[in-house]
Design a protein around this ligand. Structure first.
Ligand code: PEP
Ligand code: MN
Length: 338
């Protein structure tokens, strides 16, 4: 922690800060410049939690040296986290994975048809929502447990691990019984009870970025999960809300290299929600791979016109197939594979 003092800070004020720091077990190094005095506090910053140094008399600014998130940071763990799923799928290694499927699980047969197409094109993880976070309470809310059964069944049939959203802490145990990865949706990124609950499980979690969350807020939410003991967390950039209304969201490609620098956790890019329009999804997916993501999430539907949700941003299987071919070439160019 670095404390910059006001130009007119008195010796008494400096002594007060020094005494407080030493009482907490920190060493205070005082550097007296011509204009200003700076105090460097050496020792575990954690002891300062709950001490608002910025309101101490004579203090102008307090600069933390360490990131507020610990367990998710690169400082804590240098090597990339690798998450092992069923069917030999690992996230965070050279091979990239594409999670794909409909926004909502609709029927067993419909999910099978989509899964077959995805698998054929090289998609390796099956997605589908059974609990849907809809803006309107009158829109389709998902099939609930029935949908989870279809997802598990179809995932097993095609040899694909599965991912689905859990919205309510009371459903975490239920959802864990059916799927390989728990998705925390953008709207629930800061639902701390939910984060604590999924953190207590051993099921991998995909934490989507909140609609207007900063990187720091997002990583702090991941910290909740890791601090409960679950280290199998991947982060998912799914677009943020900006002043631009031409697309549903603004896909923040910067998130990929920034998260890679700040954290050891794998990063997923979701160009479907990131753009909101199927004609833009492939560009976003290609950009995600080129930027260095570890996985993509792409919504696919064989009849987008009739989809129960997000039809406008769902790729037809034939477009998904072409996209996968393009992605292979991009992955190869950056020494990765799909
Ligand atoms: C989804 O994956 O269908 C979804 C609702 O995602 P998000 O939380 O990113 O909007
Ligand atoms: Mn969706």
């Amino acid at each position: 922690m670095i404390i910059i003092l006001k130009s007119d800070a008195t010796e008494e004020q400096i002594k007060h800060i020094q005494e407080k720091a030493e009482k907490l077990g920190l060493q205070a190094n005082i550097s007296r410049g011509v204009e200003k005095t700076v105090i460097g506090l050496i020792g575990p910053e954690d002891v300062l939690r709950g001490t608002p140094l910025e309101i101490f008399p004579g203090v102008e600014k307090v600069i933390p040296v360490l990131a507020p998130y610990r367990l998710v940071s690169r400082e804590f763990k240098k090597e990339n986290t690798v998450i092992k799923l069923s069917h030999n799928v690992t996230i965070g290694e050279k091979k990239l994975h594409v999670m794909s499927g409909p926004c909502s699980i609709e029927t067993h047969e419909g999910l099978r048809n989509i899964a077959r197409e995805i698998k054929k094109s090289g998609g390796t993880i099956l997605r589908g929502g059974a609990f849907k976070p809809r803006t309107s309470p009158y829109d389709f809310q998902g099939l609930g447990e029935e949908g989870l059964k279809y997802l598990k069944d179809v995932g097993e049939e095609f040899g694909m691990p599965t991912v689905t959203e859990v919205m309510d802490p009371r459903d975490v145990e239920l959802v864990c019984r059916y799927v390989d990865v728990l998705q925390i949706g953008a709207r629930n990124m800061q639902n701390f009870s939910l984060l604590n609950e999924v953190g207590k499980t051993k099921t991998p979690v995909m934490l989507k970025r909140g609609i207007s969350a900063t990187y720091k807020e997002w990583l702090m939410c991941a910290e909740y999960i890791l601090s409960n003991g679950n280290f199998d967390v991947m982060l998912c950039e799914r677009g943020i809300r900006t002043f631009e209304t031409g697309t549903r969201n603004t896909l923040d490609i910067n998130a990929v290299p920034v998260v890679k620098q700040l954290s050891h956790l794998p990063i997923v890019v979701d160009p479907s929600h990131g753009t909101g329009r199927w004609g833009l999804v492939s560009s976003g997916a290609r950009a995600g791979v080129a930027a260095g993501c570890d996985a993509l999430m792409v919504e696919v539907h064989d009849n987008p016109e009739e989809a129960f949700s997000d039809g406008a941003q769902s790729l037809l299987p034939k477009n998904f197939e072409s996209l996968m071919i393009e992605l292979k070439a991009i992955a190869k160019a950056i020494s990765r594979e799909i």
